[in-house]
Design a protein around this ligand. Sequence first.
Ligand SMILES: CC(C)(COP(=O)(O)OP(=O)(O)OC[C@H]1O[C@@H](n2cnc3c(N)ncnc32)[C@H](O)[C@@H]1OP(=O)(O)O)[C@@H](O)C(=O)NCCC(=O)NCCS
Length: 349
Amino acid sequence: MKNTKIAGIGFYVPEKVVTNNDLTKVMDTSDEWIQERTGIKERRYAEKHKESTSTLGAKAAAIAIERAGITAADVDFIIFATLSPDYYFPGCAVLLQRQLGMQGIGALDIRNQCSGFVYGLSIADQFVKTGMYKNVLLVGSEVHSYGIDFSTKGRNVTVIFGDGAGAVVLQPTEDSTSGILSTHLHADGDYAEKLAYINPGCHSGVHLGTEQFGYPEQEFGGAFLTEKMWEDGNYYPNMEGQAVFKMAVQKFPEVIMEALQTNGLQPTDIDMLIPHQANLRISQFVQKRLGLRDDQVWNNIQKYGNTTAASIPIALCEAWEAGKIKEGDLVCMAAFGSGFTWGSALIKW
Ligand SMILES: CC(C)(COP(=O)(O)OP(=O)(O)OC[C@H]1O[C@@H](n2cnc3c(N)ncnc32)[C@H](O)[C@@H]1OP(=O)(O)O)[C@@H](O)C(=O)NCCC(=O)NCCS
């Protein structure tokens, strides 16, 4: 079996910059609070009526395809990771496929939130290794800004998230010592509602119980967004920030060590760690726990916020464009997020 390499990489973020001070105009928050708790200074927002998750993804994909030295016609499978799809269904992979003129090939959407890119990388790796596909396009893209609560009620979630997209083209490599060395995927559904976008959804209160869910008398119907939910403004993502933080700082180091140990390596062997950009404080905690130097970790959450499935490919691409990832380097990617899901991947570049 052949190893899988990243043959091309690209990212795209919308032009509109939204600073912490901009957010203070619509909700009760402050630049100081946001920077102190998350490290975020600004984020990008998509342009309404012109941009969406699939269009951002298509822009990043076009760059990755060109850098891989192929054309869209050479791509033989698409994987699209997002939690903010253009439509409830169908998924974004077919919309991106249409935009790039790649009709006919398989197109898969995955719903693994912040771990989406690592999960996608693992899926692509299996297809390439077995020889089924030669050019797999993997995209992580999000437009959070269309679906978050800009009132003070939603501030703990809204200040964190931003829009953007990243993409890679994966190909087989003849060199058995380079490319993806291993991927490690985990999840624990006990925590499903700790970071979730529950309404509208086709659940009718079944998981939490209608009482606990807050709508005991409700007749669910239509898109399962009821009039009462609308009146309550209960149609936004919710997050128990401290529960997320606590698990993230445990699972990030654990899953990075799992990848290293599988390959007989140590944290000192890592040339570049690309952590999912959840929160700068989480990344700093992980860096300290693993004893990594500043030049071994790439963080860009300060500029883009948390872009969920897009955060790893954006950070990876930035680090590569800055010349901080070179041939032969050991690159570790790790993610944790809603589900809870978490994972890691180790690549010899
Ligand atoms: C979200 C997070 C920054 C909140 O920080 P925290 O220290 O846990 O803050 P808390 O939720 O306990 O809230 C503390 C106070 O700040 C307030 N607050 C919350 N968001 C705020 C905001 N954006 N601006 C100002 N105040 C805010 C709360 O209302 C609360 O006020 P109170 O003490 O008067 O009740 C933090 O929990 C976190 O980073 N969690 C991980 C989130 C994450 O990584 N998510 C992505 C996962 S992929």
